[in-house]
Each structure stands twice: as structure tokens, then as C-alpha cells.
Ligand binder design. Structure first.
Ligand code: GLV
Ligand code: MN
Ligand code: MN
Length: 419
């Protein structure tokens, strides 16, 4: 396999930065970040922009029933394409890079190939998947999961946001409930370039992460029903306080992570009390728990510990707690050949590269069981992400996008399905 780029192609970093900044205008927040929740008006604007760019680059664009947008550049031969993919939806407090980088670097690779007049043996597909973040509709990685058949389209379309609006309705409203069958393209292999979203590369002084896999993710929502009453007159012994029960669950989630140690993390990202007034005991609370671990057995243990906490808390506080699973993904290991390819290309390019797992979920993990899959990480300044301060320097973006391009070009010349 060729480890050096036969065409000496490099990403046009000015082009990549311009696209990142322009896409960042769709849903721009004051202070610099982006709120482009899946299937919002801002998402529609971003989608229009990205599909416009795909068409301007000569890609054949398809939109499928779940709104995934895939642009294909023809190869010399009608073989399975090398797919580059990520997402353009963001959390409500998103930065410019999470997801967007992977899609737009794919477009810049196409632009570089067009400018150099290079036609690869295999087609190259650039995909932007619907609702990777899961911040508005659960589960996360929704579009890629539907594409790969691990989530049924009907269940995805029926998923509702906090206001009861469904994915199906919102897709139709913004004009992205497309005609293509999800999974209509079976890729030869899959690549995703992403910002690390954590501190590891920066702290170690490395430029590139060759991602070895993604940790397991478990999301639960608990709705706690208690009894609302006066904060001043109700004796403590007579309370059925949904707010207090939610607080216990939040504290215990942290305790579970501390007890298990190692890679276990636990986050309570939502805690909403009803009626939410200073002098009223909450009758209802909604709380989410995000548990992650690279080890499936340990993640199951954390889930069992959480379930026990919920049972005990409901009994002790005399509240009703109803759990609903929002997402569950087992840890995923990427293809050793793809990890080695990313690593060796980065090293041959003179980059300081390390093998590392991903703490965040990614569309790539949906492809890993189906085709050779690899990811390229670039550092995140201060390890900050899902925050408007998310930042990666242009030179670091260039390094990652160049590694991605060389890896894509190497795979695009393969004649047989091997990694
Ligand atoms: C997606 O960004 C996740 O890891 O939650
Ligand atoms: Mn992402
Ligand atoms: Mn994200």
C-alpha cells in the first residue's frame, strides 16, 4: 500500500477555513459558537449550504429518508466508494469544528482532486449524517445508525424532542425527508476526521490521533414523580420531593464513577424541576444520566449500580421513578489495518502521532461493524468541546486533513475489499 501521496496533494487550508467559518454562520451564537440543533431552521440553512457546495464540486447528491446527505464523486471504476463522513448538527452550545470538520475536510479533498484533475480508481463519497449529537432527538448517531441498519427507520422518525415534535415531522418541515433508501451506498471503507474533544493530544504534545475505537455509551432518562407542597409548612418527614430524589441520583452517578475508577465517566446533563419555584417542593423532575466506559463489562456494572440507586431512592423518598433508555452503544474497536494506515501516513508525513481511543461518540462507530473504519483526531485547545470556545489551530486542521486525504487516496486505489 502506498504511504505517500502520489500526487503530492495538500488540502487548501484557506478553503477549509472559509467553509468552516461560513457554515458557522448558520445558527451562529453571540460570542462565537453555534447552535445548530438537528432539524432546526439553522440545520436547514447549513444543509442547504453543504449540499450547494457538494453540487458545485460536481458531486452527485442523494438525500435519504432520514435526511442523510451523501455526495459521490465518480471513480475510474464502478467499485464501492471510499466514504468520508461526519455530521453538521451541533449541541445547543456547539463550536465550529465538531462534526463540521469531518464533512468539510471531505469537500476540500474533493476540491483538491478536482483542481489537480485526479480521478481515483474508486468513487469517493462525502456524507453528512442526520442528528449525530442526540441533543434534540435521542439516540445520537441517528442518521448513521439508520444508514447501517442498527436503528430502524420507523423508530428514528418517531423520536420526539422535548416539545413532542418528531424527527419525521421536522425532516419534512425543513425539506430533508429525502427519497433515497438509507444504506443505499455500501462503502469500501469509512473515514472520519474529528477534533479530539479532549485534552490527551495537546497534553502529550502530539499532532495526530490514530483512533483505535470508541467507548461504550449508555444514556438514560429518569422521570421522578413526587408530591408538590409548601416549602415552609411541610415537615421534612412528610415530603415526597422529586427534586431531592433527582439530586441524590446526580450525586450517586458521580459516586459510581469514583467507585469504578479507571475510564468510567458519569454525567448528569439535564435536571429540570417542575414547577421549579423557590418555595414549592418539586412534584416532578426529569434527569438524564450519561455513563461511558471503554470496557463493556464495566459499563454494565455501572448501569446495574445506577439501577440499584434508582430503586433505593424511589423507595426511600417515596417517589415514582420511570426510566427510559435514550441510547446504548457498546464499545467499538476500529479495524487494525485502518488504524495502522492512519498512523503510518501521519508518521511518514513527519507528524507526532499516537494511537488513542475516543471518549466521544462518532458516526464512524456505526460503520465499524460493516466495513474497515478509521478515524483521525486533531488536538482540541484546552481539551474543550461542546462549548463555544472549542478551537483547533488552522495548521493542526491542515495536518489532520492532509492525513485524511492521503489515507483516502491510498484506499481509493485498492481493487479488493481489504484493509
Ligand atoms: C456525541 O457528541 C457524544 O459523544 O455525546
Ligand atoms: Mn461530532
Ligand atoms: Mn458532538
Amino acid at each position: 500500500m502506498t504511504l505517500t501521496n502520489p500526487h503530492n496533494l495538500r488540502i487548501d487550508i484557506d478553503g477549509l477555513m472559509a467553509r468552516l467559518m461560513q457554515l458557522g454562520q448558520d445558527g451562529a451564537l453571540e460570542g462565537g459558537g453555534v447552535c445548530r440543533l438537528a432539524l432546526s431552521d439553522a440545520d436547514k440553512a447549513g444543509r442547504d449550504r453543504v449540499t450547494g457546495w457538494m453540487r458545485a464540486l460536481g458531486l452527485e447528491v442523494s438525500i435519504d429518508h432520514i435526511g442523510n446527505m451523501i455526495g459521490v464523486r465518480a471513480g475510474q471504476e464502478n467499485l464501492a466508494p471510499v466514504m468520508i463522513g461526519s455530521h453538521i448538527d451541533t449541541v445547543a452550545t456547539g463550536g465550529l469544528y465538531d462534526g463540521n470538520l469531518g464533512v468539510l475536510a471531505g469537500l476540500e479533498i474533493i476540491a483538491a482532486l478536482n483542481a489537480a484533475g485526479v480521478q481515483t480508481r474508486r468513487p469517493i463519497a462525502v456524507a453528512a449524517f442526520t442528528n449525530e449529537e442526540g441533543a434534540r432527538f435521542a439516540p445520537d448517531m441517528m442518521g448513521s445508525a439508520v444508514d447501517r441498519g442498527s436503528l430502524e427507520i420507523g423508530a428514528a422518525l418517531a423520536a420526539a424532542d422535548a416539545d413532542g415534535l418528531t424527527v419525521g415531522e421536522e425532516l419534512a418541515r425543513i425539506g430533508y425527508r429525502g427519497p433515497a433508501e438509507p444504506g443505499h451506498i455500501t462503502p469500501h471503507c469509512f473515514f472520519e476526521l474529528h477534533v479530539e474533544q479532549g485534552p490527551v493530544l495537546e497534553e502529550a504534545g502530539f499532532e495526530i490521533g490514530a483512533v483505535t475505537g470508541v467507548q461504550g455509551i449508555s444514556w438514560m432518562e429518569y422521570v421522578i414523580e413526587g408530591v408538590s407542597n409548601h416549602a415552609g409548612t411541610t415537615p421534612m418527614r412528610l415530603r415526597r420531593d422529586a427534586g431531592h430524589a433527582a439530586a441524590v441520583i446526580a450525586v450517586e452517578a458521580r459516586q459510581i464513577a469514583a467507585k469504578l475508577g479507571g475510564d468510567q465517566v458519569a454525567t448528569v446533563g439535564v435536571c429540570a424541576l417542575d414547577p421549579g419555584l423557590v418555595n414549592v417542593i418539586a412534584r416532578r423532575a426529569r434527569i438524564t444520566v450519561d455513563l461511558r466506559n471503554t470496557d463493556e463489562a464495566l459499563l454494565r456494572r455501572a448501569e446495574a449500580m445506577m439501577a440499584e440507586v434508582v430503586r433505593e431512592t424511589a423507595a426511600r423518598e417515596q417517589v415514582t421513578i420511570t426510566g427510559r433508555r435514550l441510547a446504548r452503544f457498546e464499545p467499538v474497536a476500529f479495524d487494525p489495518g485502518m488504524i495502522g494506515l492512519v498512523h503510518d501516513i501521519a508518521a511518514a508525513d513527519g507528524r507526532k502521532v499516537m494511537r488513542m481511543p475516543s471518549g466521544a461518540g462518532h458516526d464512524a462507530q456505526m460503520f465499524a461493524p460493516h466495513c474497515p473504519t478509521g478515524m483521525v483526531f486533531v488536538p482540541s485547545k484546552g481539551g474543550i468541546s461542546h462549548n463555544i470556545r472549542e478551537h483547533t489551530d488552522p495548521e493542526q486542521l491542515q495536518a489532520g486533513a492532509d492525513v485524511l486525504m492521503q489515507a483516502v487516496l491510498a484506499k481509493a486505489e485498492e481493487t479488493e475489499a481489504r484493509s
